[in-house]
Design a protein around this ligand. Structure first.
Ligand SMILES: Nc1ncnc2c1ncn2[C@@H]1O[C@H](COP(=O)(O)OP(=O)(O)OP(=O)(O)O)[C@@H](O)[C@H]1O
Length: 589
């Protein structure tokens, strides 16, 4: 690993993002695909300019010359035609037909998918049933039937291959369109007065284009193969013209006397299709922004730890959780951009520590790093220690994994995004109970937990799905799941931000009760000074990845020592302030 880490304490410089071509080359198989494809396609394109014999000129006296013969590097076929010349000219034809068929199928399939997905109802039903009928035929039979109607020839083979592949594009695009057309930005475009065609072209098409490109990149190789198949059967390229499939077909008769005549086009088809497929995989990956930071490359179950040493404990003897010098960075290309720098704090049993700071200051990354929950790549814990009862949890990935849920429970901001939409909430709580190996009936334990978190009629609500519950009820389910492993520490990341004030008050009451009852240590992340004042014994203020001030809540709120804390407190509007607040904000900006 040759990633460079920005100097500690320096402002987080925006990491340099690798370009698309750099990313493509970083994937070794795709780079290999690119090299092979460029060599083959380049040689094929330049074929008319190269000093090669006429690919169609026959010379029966020279028939079936072996490889490396004088004047014929790859030998000759059964009519004495130069195999290298025919191979390069044939590759041109195969490429042209493959790419042409892909384009035709992509345009028509995208059109069908756009209209069916957006219009819905009977238009969707009719179009999709037609597509299903196309798909219900074995593709080669369908292509044969189309060529039989249109007559043999390369252009007709192209049409046949394109038609056979329309369903693939139509189905993919329809799915993407259905997802996009229910997005609020599409509703906003409709409300702004845009007509269906305009919405389709300006709002939806840009969203599905990456899907089309990915589908095309993975189909070209397949189309070349299908074209070769039709030509092999004598339905594509007609003599004397050659494409890779017809060369293979004509070589069948000499397979035992001169195997190289079949081997040469066979190998070319293999190399061409493999190179395009590898390249297509690379293109697909490059189009996914998460791959730019390596998110989808070998994801790890816990955050990667690469620290030079382990700092001494913070000295808070009775601490349940002791974090010292925690630093976390995000990998981007060859750089590591720091997000959390040297953060230290401790929480005693039954204590509540509030972590406060502006958006992007590093609160969530700090909280998630405690149990190694930030995804690697791109995250790396670059320093520090997280001690639970004196044991450094960053010491091993298995330790981090084992402590999740059992010692540290998490409650997230929006349970709708963290609960499984297709599983009943009761089952999800029961699964959390089962993971932590509690005895007895899972259902009873889950219902008891749901009751404890204040879900009324918990037994009846067991089979409800997340979308059938209110925001407050969902958050209670989230808390029930977090409590399933009976953790000592609960990390609540803005647990009430998505809720209205009355529900917010009830959820905060519940957290207070749980602290009292179980002696839970609570790390509460929030933007809200009111919540901090009402809940937390101590508060730590974060700014640009560092804790700039920490202390007793009352003291920090009444007499903030750091100018940033003062500014944060001043940024809280007070009832009746009106314009004075806006003017103060302008002064702070
Ligand atoms: N996956 C990621 N890749 C790169 N950078 C990231 C990633 N996740 C977070 N960051 C960066 O880490 C920094 C801290 O983010 P974090 O989510 O901890 O902020 P926060 O204080 O919790 O903000 P908010 O209150 O808005 O949730 C930000 O600069 C953010 O851009």
């Amino acid at each position: 690993m040759n990633a460079t880490l920005a100097r500690p304490g320096a402002p987080a410089a925006p990491p340099s993002r690798p370009g698309a071509f750099e990313l493509l080359l970083a994937n070794r198989l795709s780079a290999l695909g690119l090299v092979v494809f460029v060599l083959l396609a380049g040689a094929a394109l330049l074929a008319p300019l190269l000093p090669l014999p006429d690919p169609d000129a026959t010379a029966p006296a020279n028939r079936l010359q072996p490889l490396l013969s004088v004047g014929h590097l790859l030998g000759t076929d059964h009519l004495g035609r130069d195999l290298l010349a025919r191979l390069l000219h044939g590759t041109r034809v195969s490429l042209a037909v493959g790419i042409g068929a892909t384009l035709v199928a992509a345009v028509l399939g995208t059109l069908v998918g756009l209209v069916a997905g957006y219009a819905g109802r009977w238009t969707d039903t009719v179009l999709m049933r037609l597509v299903d009928m196309l798909m219900a035929f074995p593709y080669i039979l369908l292509a044969l039937a189309i060529v039989a109607v249109l007559g043999p020839g390369l252009l007709n083979a192209l049409y046949a291959i394109a038609i056979v592949n329309i369903p693939f594009f139509a189905r993919n695009i329809r799915g993407a369109v259905i997802g996009l057309s229910r997005q609020p930005f599409v509703d906003a475009a409709r409300l702004s007065g845009k007509g269906p065609v305009s919405v389709l072209l300006t709002e939806i098409l840009p969203g599905v284009l990456p899907v089309v490109v990915v589908a095309m990149s993975s189909t070209i190789g397949w189309m070349i193969l299908e074209t070769a198949g039709l030509s092999f059967l004598g339905l594509g390229a007609q003599p004397p013209a050659a494409d890779l499939g017809s060369m293979l077909g004509q070589a069948r008769a000499q397979l035992f006397v001169a195997p190289h005549v079949a081997f040469v086009p066979g190998l070319a088809i293999f190399a061409l299709v493999m190179s395009i497929n590898l390249l297509g995989d690379g293109v697909r990956d490059v189009l996914d922004p998460r791959l730019r930071s390596g998110t989808l490359v070998r994801p790890q179950a816990v955050t990667e730890v690469r620290r030079a040493g382990v700092p001494e404990p913070g000295g808070a003897g009775a601490a349940r959780l002791d974090v010292s010098g925690l630093s976390v960075a995000f990998r981007s290309g060859g750089d590591l951009a720091p997000a959390v720098r040297g953060v230290s704090f401790a929480i005693a049993p039954g204590e509540c520590l509030g972590l406060i700071g502006e958006s992007g200051s590093g609160k969530s990354v700090t909280a998630l790093s405690l149990a190694g929950l930030v995804a690697s790549p791109p995250a790396v814990i670059t320093g520090g220690a997280v001690r639970l009862g004196g044991q450094d949890v960053l010491a091993s990935p298995s330790l981090m994994q084992a402590l999740r849920g059992r010692r540290i429970g998490y409650v997230f901001q929006d349970p709708l995004t963290t609960l499984h939409p297709l599983m009943s909430v009761g089952r999800q709580v029961a699964e959390a109970v089962a993971v932590h190996g509690a005895g007895g009936s899972m259902r009873d334990r889950a219902v008891a937990l749901m009751e404890r978190t204040g879900i009324r009629d918990a037994a009846a609500r067991f089979d409800a799905y997340p979308h059938e519950l209110s925001g407050g009820q969902r958050q209670r389910v989230g808390i029930a799941m977090a409590l399933a492993g009976e953790p000592d520490i609960l990390v609540a990341d803005e647990p009430t931000t998505a809720l209205d004030v009355t529900v917010q008050a009830r959820i905060l009451d519940l957290l207070r009760e749980l602290r009292r009852e179980r002696g839970l240590a609570l790390l509460l992340i929030t933007h809200d000074f009111g919540v901090v004042a009402g809940m937390c014994d101590r508060v730590a203020v974060m700014r640009r990845g560092e804790i700039v001030e920490t202390g007793e809540t009352r003291q920090v709120l009444a007499r903030p020592a750091h100018p940033y804390t003062r500014r944060l407190i001043e940024a809280v509007p007070r009832p009746g302030e009106g314009r004075a607040f806006l003017q103060r904000m302008r002064g702070l900006a």
